[in-house]
Design a protein around this ligand. Sequence first.
Ligand code: BYC
Length: 470
Amino acid sequence: MAIDYAERIPNNVHLSGNRRLQRALEQWQPGFQSWWAEMGPAGFQAREVYLRTATSVDAHGWATFGFVKMPEYRWGIFLADAVSDRKIAFGDHKGEPVWQEVPGEYRGALRRLIVTQGDTEPASVEQQRQLGATSPSLYDLRNLFQVNVEEARHLWAMAYLLHACFGRDGREEADALLLRRSGNADNPRILGAFNEQTPDWLSFLMFTFFTDRDGKYQLASLAESGFDPLSRTCRFMLTEEAHHMFVGETGIGRVVQRTCELMKLHDTDEVGRFGGIDLKLIQKYLNFHYSVSLDLFGAELSTNAANYFSMGLKGRFNEESRDDDHQLKHASYRITQIDDNRIVQKDQPALLALNETLRDAYIADCARGLSRWNKVIKAAGIDFELRLPHRGFHRAIGACATVKLTPEGRLITEAEWAAHHSQWLPTTDERQFVGSLMIGVTEPGKFAGWIAPPARGINHQPLDFEYVKL
Ligand code: BYC
C-alpha cells in the first residue's frame, strides 16, 4: 500500500481505518516531538537539511531527496509489503502460517524483544546529540542528521507495534521509550553500548560501523519472525540501516586514507601534530567499539535466545537459506568458553548458542569492512594492519566478562590488565586529543584536516553542494 502523507501520521498501514489506534498514536506523537526537541540534534533544528524520506516502500520510492527542517520530517509507519501465504520458517511452529495477531502465550517475550529493539533507536539519537557543532563537513553533517531522523523513525516503527498489538501495557512501554535516557544513572537505556558516550566524530563513525551493524543482524533476525507485523517492519528498517553502515564504513575509510596521506607527506607514523589521527589510535577506538558492540549479542549460551527461536519469534541471520532442520533440537555449535582459567572451544546445544551464531556472522561481516580499510593502507605502501581484537577482549557480557584478555586473546591477570589496558583502549588524553581535532567545518566542499573527502556526494550531488543550509 502507498504511503499516505496527507495524514497527520504518514503510514502505509491504513491507520485511518482504525480510529482507536490512530487516536492512541496521535496521543503519543506530541511526546515524541517533545523528546526530539529535547534530545534530538542540538542546534540546526531550524535549518533545511537535504534528507531522504520514503514515499513508498518499493525500490522507486523509498529514497526521495529534498530539503526539510528536521522537526518537520515526516516520521511515520512503513511496513514492507506482505509476502502472501508466508509460513513460519523455524522453531516449534515451523510450517504454520505466520501470525498477524500476537500469540497469547508468547506475548511477554515478544513485547520484550520489541521494547529492547525500540529502546536502542532513541538512545543512539541521544548519544549523537552534540555532534552537529563539530561536523567535519556539510556532507557529514547531513549524513549525521539522516541517521538521526531515521533512527527516530525506527522508534516510530516499534512504538507502532506496541500500540497496535499490545493494548495498555504496549502503550505504557511506548511511553517509557520516550522517558529512558542514554547514560542516565536513574533511568538508563536497556543495553550497555547505548549508555556509552559518542563524544566525537571518530566515535560516531565507529558506532555507525560497529553498533549499527549489530542493528543489521538483530533486525535481520527479527525480520525472520513468525509474527508478521514485526517481520515486515524490520524488513523495511533494514533498507534504511544500510546507509548508516555506509556512513561508518566509508567514514573510517576516509579517516584512514587521510592518516596515510599525512604519514607519507611528513614521513612519520605520528601524524597527531599534523592534525591527523594515528593508525594506532584508530585501532584503539576500533577495539573499544567492537568489544562493546559484541556485548550487544548477549551471552554465548542463552535460554532467552533458545526460547525466542523455538517460539518462532526471532530467527537466525538468513534463516530461510540455511540448510538444516530449522529447529535445532539435536544440533550442536562450537563456542568459546572459559574453563579452569583457560580459553577453550566446546560444542554446545545449537539452540542455546544462537546469540553466538549471530555474533559469528557479525564478526565475519566486520572483518570484511576492515579488509577494505587495510587495502587503503596497503595501497599507500604502509606496513600496518588494522585488526579485530579477540572476541573475549574487553567484554562485559558473556563468558569472558569475568576474565581479562589481551587483544590477541591471551588470558591475563587483573594486575596485567591494569598495567596495560591503556595500550589497547583510548586513554583520557587520547580522547581529549581526538576531541581537540573536532572543529566544525561548514563551508560547502571543505573538509576537516583529519578526514579525506568522500569519493562522491549524496544522490549524485557534487561534494560542494550545500547539504545543510546554514
Ligand atoms: N547490555 O540471555 P542473555 C540497533 C541481559 S542495535 C545489557 O544472553 P538475551 C541499533 C539480558 O537482557 C540492535 N544487558 O540475553 C544500532 C538478560 O537479562 P535478564 C538492538 C544485556 O536476551 C545502532 C541477561 O543479560 N536489537 O538496532 O539472549 C543505532 C542475560 O543475557 C546485554 C536487539 O538487541 C547488554 N548488551 O540477548 C540504533 C534485538 N546483553 O533476562 C539502533 C532484541 C544481554 O537476565 N534483543 N543482557 O534480565 C534481543 O534479541 C536480546 O535482548 C539481546 C540479549 C540479544 C540483546
